[in-house]
Design a protein around this ligand. Structure first.
Ligand SMILES: C[S@@+](CC[C@H](N)C(=O)[O-])C[C@H]1O[C@@H](n2cnc3c(N)ncnc32)[C@H](O)[C@@H]1O
Length: 282
């Protein structure tokens, strides 16, 4: 298990050979960019899931956020979604991620956005959350669960840290209900199927109910993802280039471009589906 955690961490941040140099580089790119550091301006960099900021805003709409919420962003990546939530609703968000370099980048962006007081990031695995029982009003996750084989264990852990009546909001790729065609690899979350676990929608619903959740909303948003990709194709290809200023390619490296292209191909060929859901902790 520790072995697969290391592989997943390396997958995401293995191209960052010198974390300090990466932080200095991003800081200087932000200086050059000038102006306010808003979720919208950095969206092609730090919204690390298909659908970008559009998808994050869609999920937020389904939850209905308010300033008094204590939120956990499970697998917070480069910090785009958590900054968006704090920026738009004023809630307090803790982001947790396996990749220390991503945590440092998130901290830098929060500080440059001037909302560090609302955001905290820490390194850790969402499979063993370092938080008390019933300590959050909302757990939020986007495009992380595909790396986690023990989904029952993960959902139990998320349920544990939620207050009764608290909500779990997620946006993830799913396997098909009938025969699953193989995916094209590499994809943004994995080099091969060895670090991929996709459940079907039915398996996920069962797993969530077993963990103590009740469904509030459940939407297959595959068509939304397709229309977003069509609208963003040129921008995405450019943003995936390692040399392009503030792109995911900056942290993931040249591999980013085929990963993004394969993910889009898997979606258009119907090999994965995308679902957004909001569940309530019973
Ligand atoms: C595709 S990115 C998505 C990031 C972010 N949720 C977003 O949508 O912008 C997946 C992230 O999940 C993190 N991750 C994968 N497995 C994890 C685990 N077990 N615990 C914490 N973070 C994990 C990775 O380090 C990576 O930052």
């Amino acid at each position: 298990m520790a072995d697969s955690t290391d592989r997943i961490r390396d997958h995401y941040q293995g191209s960052i050979l010198d974390e300090d140099a990466m932080i200095t580089k991003i800081a200087s790119m932000l200086d050059q960019m000038g102006g306010p550091v808003t979720a919208e301006r950095l969206a092609t960099f730090d919204q690390f899931h298909v659908g970008g900021l559009t998808a994050t805003a869609e999920l937020a709409k389904r939850v209905g956020l308010t300033a008094n919420l204590r939120v956990l962003d499970a697998g917070s990546g480069l910090g785009g979604p958590s900054r968006y939530l704090a920026e738009t609703s004023g809630c307090d968000v803790i982001g947790i991620d396996l990749a220390p370099a991503y945590v440092r980048i998130s901290e830098l962006l929060a500080e440059r956005a001037g909302i560090s007081a609302k955001l905290r990031y820490q390194v850790g695995s969402i499979t063993a959350l370092p938080f008390e029982d019933a300590s959050f009003d909302l757990v939020w996750t986007q495009h992380v669960v595909m790396n986690i084989a023990d989904r029952d264990g993960l959902y139990r852990e998320i349920r544990r840290v939620l207050k009764p009546g608290g909500r779990f909001a997620f946006y993830d790729p799913y396997a098909l209900e009938d025969v699953q065609p193989p995916l094209h690899y590499p994809v943004p979350w994995a080099e091969t199927e060895e670090t991929t676990t996709l459940l079907t929608q039915a398996q996920t619903l069962t797993s969530l109910e077993r963990a103590g959740f009740r469904k509030k909303t459940w939407d297959d948003v595959s068509e939304l993802a397709k229309s977003w990709i069509k609208g963003q194709q040129a921008q995405l290809q450019q943003a995936a280039q390692p040399g392009f200023a503030l792109s995911p390619g900056l942290v993931v490296g040249a591999r980013m471009q085929p990963m993004v292209a394969n993910f889009a191909r898997n979606i258009f060929e119907g090999r994965v589906q995308l679902v957004m859901g909001v569940f309530e902790a019973i």
